[in-house]
Ligand binder design. Structure first.
Ligand code: ES4
Ligand code: ZN
Length: 327
């Protein structure tokens, strides 16, 4: 089997995808019209033309504007269903979706609307596409600890519909320790814990996410290469890193894919996984991310393809029995 065919055929898990980041411009415009939301862009083309980012914040401003069209349960369902159809075509067998409730509750959307709409899409993905899927609630780190606690409280009636919590949005200036007490509470509730760290922020944020938040995976984590002792620690403990190559290039973490440090992270024995982050904004879904990495790094071959796909299954939060079924 050729390498591109192998990349598609290998069973893969996607562990770092913001479901609001899968909203394609066409769906944004369709939902805006249906919901009577006025967008600050004249057309699909004008919106797409605005997708030129200089850093994380320049992206987040547009991403939050795009999410403003989501009002009804059916909107959340349609967005996630469109993602699952796309993921199935890429050979995704399991997906853990991030969602940002605070982006929606701030606009008066009930958290029930968000969670139930997404949950129905997860159920249908399992029934019709054979994809197992679960939800991870993310706290926006630019907001306060109190607001995170209030969001957690609102979400508790739906505790059975999400498996964990994460931390996303503007990283610099909002270190993990700001949410240490929120994460401690989530841990008591038996939730899985993850956090974005070391995307734009320093390697130290990865360490504080591990030590003070006690996260089980690091989202991005690419800045770990700045600190050899941290790389050794991550390799020894096999804490997974959910790396998002096209995102990193679009948000100027690296000047181009050839400069991405993924090959040396793999060589260091890290549990690296490949993910799409916000595929509608960054130019590709999961398989596009795999292809972009392998195209830019010809030294990566079939071994790397197997390792990356296997890492994604290993790093998922599915029960051990389900993992055994994938082997
Ligand atoms: C995000 Cl790329 C990225 N980083 C941090 N927070 C996010 N939310 C959506 N995409
Ligand atoms: Zn992300």
């Amino acid at each position: 089997m050729s390498l591109p065919a192998l990349l598609r055929a290998a069973p893969k898990a996607e562990l770092h995808v913001h479901i609001e980041g899968t909203l394609e411009p066409e769906l944004i415009f369709r939902l805006a019209e249906r919901n009577g939301v006025v967008l600050p862009y004249a057309s699909v083309e004008a919106l797409r033309a605005a997708y030129a980012f200089s850093d994380l914040q320049s992206f987040l401003d547009i991403y939050y504007a795009g999410a403003s069209v989501l009002l009804k349960e059916a909107d959340f369902f349609e967005m996630a269903w469109a993602y699952f159809e796309r993921a199935a075509a890429d050979g995704v067998v399991h997906a853990e979706l991030f969602f940002d409730p605070q982006t929606h509750t701030a606009r008066g959307v009930a958290i029930e609307t968000v969670i139930v709409g997404l949950h129905h899409a997860c159920q249908r993905a399992h029934a019709e596409l054979g994809i197992s899927a679960s939800l991870i609630l993310c706290f926006l780190r630019h907001l306060s600890e109190d607001e995170a606690f209030a969001t957690l409280e609102e979400a508790l009636p739906y505790r059975h519909l999400f498996i964990g919590v994460g931390l996303d949005s503007s990283e610099r200036g909002h270190p993990p320790e700001k949410f240490a007490r929120v994460f401690a509470r989530c841990r008591e509730l038996g939730l899985h814990l993850v956090a974005h760290a070391g995307e734009e922020g320093p390697a130290e944020y990865i360490e504080t996410a591990l030590d003070l938040l006690q996260v089980e995976r690091i989202d991005h984590g690419v800045r770990c290469v700045d600190k050899p002792t941290l790389v050794q620690r991550l390799a020894a403990t096999r804490v997974p890193l959910t790396v998002c190559p096209l995102s990193n290039v679009k948000l100027c973490v690296y000047p181009d894919m050839g400069a991405h440090r993924l090959p040396e992270m793999l060589a260091a024995g890290l549990c690296v996984t490949i993910n799409s982050d916000d595929p509608a904004y960054f130019g590709g879904y999961l398989l596009d991310n795999y292809r972009a990495v392998f195209d830019a790094h010809p030294a990566l071959g079939r071994d790397a393809a197997y390792t990356l796909a296997a890492n994604s299954l290993e790093a998922s939060f599915v029960p051990a029995e389900q993992k055994a079924g994938w082997k």
